[in-house]
Design a binder for this molecule. Structure first.
Ligand code: T4K
Length: 397
């Protein structure tokens, strides 16, 4: 059996394995594009690379309009404002903090809703219970690339006359109900951050079929300028730069390959982790239309807790992450502003305690996955010894 670093052995990996290590496309193609940007001295403000990137993303998602932005958070802020949300908006707490910040930043109160334990996405029945006269919208998150129950959420939205939008930051390349994610609700937002399946260094996009909304969003993205010297709308600066679009175009050329590698990794993890008591791999809702960008484990009923397992792996230089611990409602400013927000969130609390994500992507292969699984297996074979060596007390989360 493998010796463990936590028990004094050398770490299994000399260099850290990350969750979110960027997938890089063809270096030459990217450099050519950057040379071209230099030659033409057009660096940002709706340049040709941004326009080309928008066209290709819209085409791929089968959506009329794509508005590229400097990151996913700004894209969310613009879309939230663009569809007229204010007052209170229902949102999961089990997400990356940016989903809620995009609301709070504009003085909108995020009302935290629990998630479905099977999919980790908004539970439509719980959403309905939280609607008040002040509710002006719903923001669903396609967490890990698993689509929300869009039909049920949109039905709730229609019933109460409020818009539903989706934070699809994790879901580029995923499908739902036979079509690509990007075209659901009043609009959807992608993140193209370095750690995402499609990467622009920093970047994001809003997708919508509503041309009037798209026009408004384009104004909002560029300070409200309709033409030179003519500001017709309250706006911000959400523009994507040409170099980010060049990276996006380069990533787009390789994204199917990245997804193929992610899928292979996912299947290897499934094989290697089979039979480990208390270790459950979250399966995709739609295996054929999934980007496999996150390898998500639930550690529950095992001889070691999730936190202990993360520590064991960290000692081996495997930087597993506790996404999305501890739930946004437990972070500031929400913890102070809404101290009771956690009461109706039992699934969020549970998932925050048991979920961890493992490294995948192009910098991880069969040998790394075999070693990671063997570390977990070895730790679970001698839980008392491991627990003793760790700072945190043993538990069975
Ligand atoms: N909504 C959702 C549901 C989201 O998940 C996100 C972002 C957003 C909205 C907002 O979209 P953006 O405004 O970011 O476009 C990371 C990302 O920064 C963040 O984009 C992402 N979600 C989130 C899930 O993950 P951190 O704070 O965990 O990042 P960090 O710095 O710890 O990096 C993650 C790992 O990746 C580290 O182990 C280091 C490694 N890494 C990172 C970068 C940037 C590299 O190896 N190379 C790199 O260049 O948030």
């Amino acid at each position: 059996m493998r010796d463990l670093a936590i028990l004094g052995a050398e770490p299994a990996f000399p260099e850290a394995l990350h969750v979110g290590r960027p997938n890089l496309g063809d270096r030459e193609r990217f450099v050519q594009r950057v040379e071209d940007i230099f030659d033409r001295r057009w660096l940002t403000n709706n340049g040709p690379y941004v326009q080309g990137f928008e066209r290709l993303v819209a085409e791929r998602c089968g959506v009329r309009e794509c508005i590229a932005t400097c990151n996913g958070t700004i894209a969310l802020e613009l879309l939230i404002r663009g569809v007229g949300m204010e007052g209170e908006v229902i949102v999961p707490s089990y997400t990356f903090v940016a989903t809620a910040h995009a609301l709070q930043w504009q003085g909108i109160r995020p009302v935290f809703c629990d998630v479905d334990p099977a999919t980790h996405t908004l539970d439509p029945a719980r959403v309905e219970e939280l609607i008040t006269p002040n509710t002006t919208g719903i923001v669903g998150v396609h967490l890990w690339g698993n689509a929300c129950d869009t039909t049920a959420l949109e039905a709730v939205g229609r019933k109460h006359g409020i818009p539903v939008i989706f934070d699809a930051s994790h879901a580029f390349g995923c499908r739902h109900q036979g079509r690509p994610i990007g075209g659901f609700g009043a609009g959807e937002v992608f993140s193209f951050h370095a750690t995402k399946v499609l990467n622009c260094f920093e970047g994001g996009a809003i997708l919508t079929d509503d041309q009037e909304l798209a026009e408004k969003l384009r104004l909002m993205r560029n300070f409200g300028f309709e033409s030179k010297d003519n500001v017709v709308y309250l706006g911000s600066n959400g523009k994507m730069s040409e170099v980010s679009a060049a990276m996006g175009l380069t990533s787009l050329e390789s994204v199917d390959e990245f997804v193929g590698i992610n899928r292979r990794n996912f299947e290897l993890y499934r094989e290697e982790l089979r039979g480990l008591t208390g270790v459950r791999l979250l399966e995709p809702l739609h295996p054929e239309g999934f980007n496999y960008h996150y390898v998500v484990l639930e550690i529950e009923g095992a001889e070691l807790s999730r936190d202990q397992m993360v520590q064991v792996l960290e000692a081996e230089n495997v930087l597993a992450r506790r996404y999305f611990f501890p739930g946004v409602h437990n972070m500031e400013p929400y913890r102070s502003l809404q101290p009771m927000a956690g009461l109706p969130l039992p699934q969020t609390a549970r998932l925050s305690d048991i979920v961890m994500t493992l490294p995948t992507g192009t910098s991880v292969g069969k040998s790394e996955i075999e070693v990671i699984a063997s570390i977990m297996r070895a730790a679970l074979c001698r839980p008392e010894q491991v627990a003793e060596a760790l700072a945190v007390p043993s538990g069975d989360a």
